[in-house]
Design a protein around this ligand. Structure first.
Ligand code: APR
Length: 183
């Protein structure tokens, strides 16, 4: 499913983000940048040890990546040249600012990509796996954040395209419904 926000096409697709041929892919990391399961594990497996090495350098330099912020490493052996690691909120029943942290994770990733001149980027569904964030709620927050960014912080088409890669059919359908509510 496709949409255009500002001057930038956004496409939802079902698949494995490690196969994306975008300039960068976004990883759903933990604040220690220690690697893990889910999409984090898939990216480290497919990208190789170089990614973990650069994560360790960032950890030593600045202690990791706080929730809602983003850092960037090489893509290692991935087709994508870079990985932007962001940390979403752990679902806590809906209070204590989880929605804002999730929105910030998308905005921080987009701002970092723009600052590094990256024009083609792919996102997974942050926080909706091990971190337990409800997919319907996350989809609305994610797509609204991307729409707001593309229309206010990248209005001149600073991005050629944004892909949103959903691993499961169910997530893909949920995000499609959320996108229909935004266009
Ligand atoms: N491509 C795209 N999406 C994927 C892939 C993949 N290869 N593998 C998993 N996903 C999807 C999941 O289906 C889920 O919808 O990524 C989404 C996010 O799930 P997680 O990877 O569990 O991430 P998150 O919920 O943010 O939890 C992060 O889990 O893996 C650890 O180190 C990570 O501690 C961190 C925590």
């Amino acid at each position: 499913m496709k949409a255009v926000f500002g001057k930038t096409p956004l496409e939802l697709m079902q698949g494995d983000i490690t196969q994306q041929e975008t300039e960068a892919i976004v990883n759903a990391a933990n604040s220690g940048l220690l690697g893990g399961g889910g999409v984090d594990g898939a990216i480290h497996r497919a990208g190789g040890p170089e990614i973990a090495r650069e994560c360790a350098e960032i950890r030593h330099r600045q202690g990791g990546c706080p929730p809602g912020q983003a850092v960037m490493t090489t893509g290692g052996k991935l087709k994508a040249r870079y990985v932007i690691h962001t940390v979403g909120p752990i679902w806590n029943g809906g209070d204590e600012g989880g929605d804002e942290i999730l929105r910030s994770a998308y905005l921080s990733s987009l701002r970092l990509a723009k600052a590094r001149g990256i024009r083609f980027l792919a996102f997974p569904s942050i926080s909706t796996g091990a971190y337990g964030f409800p997919v319907e709620r996350a989809a609305k927050i994610a797509l609204q954040a991307i729409k707001d960014f593309l229309t206010t912080e990248a209005p001149r088409g600073e991005f050629d395209k944004i892909n949103f890669v959903l691993f499961s059919e169910r997530d893909f359908e949920t995000y499609k419904k959320a996108l229909q509510g935004l266009v």
